[in-house]
Ligand binder design. Structure first.
Ligand code: DX5
Ligand code: ZN
Length: 228
């Protein structure tokens, strides 16, 4: 089985005035990567930050941490080159935001980044499927994108199970309301990249939460490989 368990804290719910320190803290607590939420106030009703912030974070934290850019923006095409130059590792765009996913995938690859493709709760997984062979990661949103701290949508899990059945080695990420209460559902369905915002960042003991989330996913992956 090609995929492994990875936990990527979303720093959206952290103290944004201390973002560099918060990113460092998450890596020290065992994060496998950082999930950075870019919002433009148009694709979603909220604004966060853009590539200048990513450039500063990269400078602050060094070359190693993997930045998964969750691009909740209209016209995602326009930020591919600036994000690559700023030090992003993966460019995860929304299928709903573009009319030409094939071309965007190509541009992201040519910029040297990995490709993630995200779908909102209202988008079917069959719409994503034609692109699954060309991407590195599929992101199944488990809340409506725009805000941290929302309730996990368990009814998104059939999408994850379907994808895992069809694409056994694809990285599948879940994002939104994921924490100790919902991780079992995600892991059983076949997700292996776990975004967790408030459950990790607001915890008194982020290291333990990250370890717990990771262990649940590792166990599910081991069980899946034994069942095969
Ligand atoms: C929501 C963002 C998420 C969010 C996750 O639009 O994409 O990454 O910050 O935060 P929690 O885990 O608190 O839902
Ligand atoms: Zn996100």
């Amino acid at each position: 089985m090609a995929y492994t368990a990875k936990i990527g804290p979303s720093i959206l719910s952290s103290d944004l005035s201390q973002l560099g320190g918060e990113c460092e803290r998450m890596m020290e607590c065992g994060a496998d990567y950082l999930h950075l939420d870019v919002m433009d106030g148009h694709f979603v009703p909220n604004i966060t930050f853009g590539h200048p912030m990513v450039e500063c974070l990269r400078r602050c934290i060094g070359p190693d941490p993997f930045f998964d850019m969750h691009m909740m923006v209209s016209r995602p095409e326009q930020w591919v080159k600036p994000m690559a130059a700023a030090g992003a590792n993966q460019y995860t765009f929304h299928l709903e935001a573009t009319t030409n996913p094939g071309n965007l995938i190509k541009e992201i690859r040519e910029s040297g980044m990995k490709v993630g493709l995200a779908i909102k709760p209202g988008t079917t997984v069959e719409e994503l499927a034609p692109w699954a062979g060309q991407i590195d990661m599929a992101l199944v949103m488990t809340v409506e994108p725009g805000f941290g701290g929302q309730k996990f949508m368990e009814d998104m899990m059939p999408k994850v199970s379907w994808l895992r059945g069809q694409f056994p080695s694809l990285d599948i990420e879940v994002d939104g309301g994921v924490g100790p209460d919902s991780i079992h559902r995600c892991a059983e369905a076949g997700a292996n990249m776990i975004v967790s915002g408030s459950a990790v960042v607001s915890s008194d003991d982020p290291r333990s939460v990250i370890a717990l989330l990771k262990n649940v996913v590792i166990e599910a992956i081991q069980k899946r490989s034994l069942d095969r």
